[in-house]
Write a protein that binds this ligand. Structure first.
Ligand SMILES: [Ca+2]
Ligand SMILES: [Ca+2]
Ligand SMILES: [Ca+2]
Length: 487
């Protein structure tokens, strides 16, 4: 007994000494961090939360040209669904004797929270001649299925929007089919799940949908039931005062309010897409009826017609019932405005009205294509983008060396901590998409890597605005390492 008491006393003393030392070390560390922070902000924990890349994910390294990745998160199975398009010659097509023909296909891949592939590559739409672009999915948590949309047609022009339903393992339950006729060409397909009615809103750009005399590209929406059948629309996604070109609709469904909040690039003050643009938005109720249209940013009355705002993206903050809308802005003329390209954004309330001023979030290297999510656990937003800071001769929008960066934003949308390099490689890494996994508290970030030297030679294809370049789809799981796995 006596020995045990002695030992316990010794242990207690040792623990005291260790605790003292630990306290001392912690104090030293704190003092060091505070001193560093005074000199170099964000020196301690540049990423703010001690997160790091958990796994690199090579989604598609095929010799064909892969592009336009999209992701959704399956809350039931706790896994990600990544989708992307592929283009290029296919030597397995005997009729393609010269190997000089592009075949377009869409694929999917299920990815675990730690970055493992679950099953093989899913064929969403088989290799075919013609033209296909932008496959997107929305997760239906009530049926554990995905709504899938994409645009497809005989060429760059004349594409229709296709929609179908896929189960959680990647089996097509309702094969993608044309959802609506077009007199022109469908671009920017998007699908949003509405859990209130268990239906989807499929959004797209097309001409002549509502008025065959109007030559402007407009937003349109179709309401799909849970099996992918069109049960409503086409509905207008704008207000009665909206005139002019509308482009690139993005949006979310707000279950608390029972409505949709959507935004788009709006050219109501000008006559062409080469002129300065604004971002407008609408609230639609759960049936798709207009509640109100709001300017998300319209600075056309400013000197030199303000700035140009494009490629907006919307995240929903479930704690404050608010939205963060981000976009890439650039000066129309750099002679009077100091900044060239930057990413900025603004917080909006549940009524779609702005809360607080415009906030500038990233300024280095003409940043663009922002993509953002809200993280309830930390009550912050996490944003990714591409920029060309490493390009010695950057050109606006078409840099040959883009990289992927990320950063945390406060609940008010203000930049926090430092910028986080996600992929800095030779060549261009572009178009990052981020999705948050609320169960594992980590993110998947995927992008197109145009540095794909092993790709087949690109076969030139017609079309003014769309071009094909070599590409793979890569990504990372970014988060906090599981301590059990670390041991
Ligand atoms: Ca503007
Ligand atoms: Ca790069
Ligand atoms: Ca490739």
């Amino acid at each position: 007994m006596c020995d045990v008491t002695k030992e316990l006393g010794l242990l207690r003393r040792q623990r005291k000494v260790r605790t003292k030392m630990l306290k001392k070390n912690v104090l030293w560390c704190l003092a060091f961090c505070i001193a560093l922070l005074l000199v170099v902000p964000d020196a301690c924990f540049a990423d703010g939360h001690g997160m790091e890349v958990i796994a690199n994910i090579d989604v598609s390294l095929s010799p064909r040209q892969a592009s336009e990745p999209s992701v959704s998160y399956n809350t039931t199975n706790n896994e990600f669904m990544v989708m992307y398009g592929e283009t290029g010659r296919r030597i397995d097509h005997p009729e393609d004797i010269t190997n000089k023909t592009n075949y377009f296909s869409f694929h999917g891949l299920r990815v675990s929270p730690t970055g493992e592939f679950l099953g093989g590559t899913i064929e969403i739409d088989p290799p075919e001649l013609g033209w296909k672009a932008m496959v997107k999915s929305a997760y239906n948590n009530l049926s554990n299925e995905y709504g899938v949309v994409f645009s497809k047609g005989p060429g760059v022009s004349g594409r229709k929007m296709y929609g179908g339903i896929m189960d959680n393992l990647g089996n097509l339950m309702h094969l993608p089919k044309p959802l609506w006729p077009t007199l022109y060409n469908v671009t920017h397909p998007l699908i949003i799940f509405n859990p209130t009615n268990e239906e989807y809103l499929a959004v797209y750009n097309d001409k002549y949908v509502f008025n065959t005399a109007d030559p402007n590209i407009k937003n349109a929406g179709l309401i799909l039931d849970k099996d992918g059948e069109v049960i409503g629309g086409p509905i207008r996604i704008d207000g009665p005062a909206a005139i002019g070109i509308e482009f690139n609709p993005q949006g979310v469904y707000n279950e608390a309010e029972g409505n949709y909040f959507l935004g788009w690039e709006d050219y109501r003050h000008v006559t062409s897409m080469w002129q300065t643009t604004e971002i407008y938005g609408v609230l639609l109720d759960s049936e798709g009826d207009l509640v109100n249209e709001v300017p998300l940013i319209d600075d056309f009355a400013f000197p030199n017609n303000g700035r140009d705002q494009r490629v907006e993206y919307i995240a929903y903050n479930s704690d404050r019932n608010e939205y963060l809308v981000v976009w890439a802005a650039s000066a129309v003329t750099t002679t009077t405005l100091p900044l060239n390209g930057y990413i900025s954004g603004r917080i909006f309330g549940p009524d779609g009205m702005p809360i607080g001023p415009e906030i500038i979030m990233a300024t280095t290297g003409n940043p663009s294509t922002p993509n953002v999510v809200y993280v309830p656990k930390l009550k912050e937003y996490f944003m990714v983008w591409n920029d060309s800071r490493e390009d010695p001769t950057p050109g606006p929008g078409y840099s040959k060396n883009n990289d992927i960066y990320a950063r945390w934003l406060s609940k008010d949308g203000k930049p926090k901590y430092g910028e986080i390099p996600i992929s800095i490689k030779a060549g261009s890494q572009t178009y990052p998409q981020v999705v948050y996994n609320s169960k594992a508290d980590n993110f998947i970030i995927v992008w197109t890597d145009k540095n794909a030297p092993d790709d087949y030679e690109v076969i030139p294809a017609g079309g003014a605005m769309t071009s094909i370049s070599k590409g793979d789809i890569r990504g990372v799981i970014y988060g906090i390492l599981d301590e059990d796995e670390d041991e």
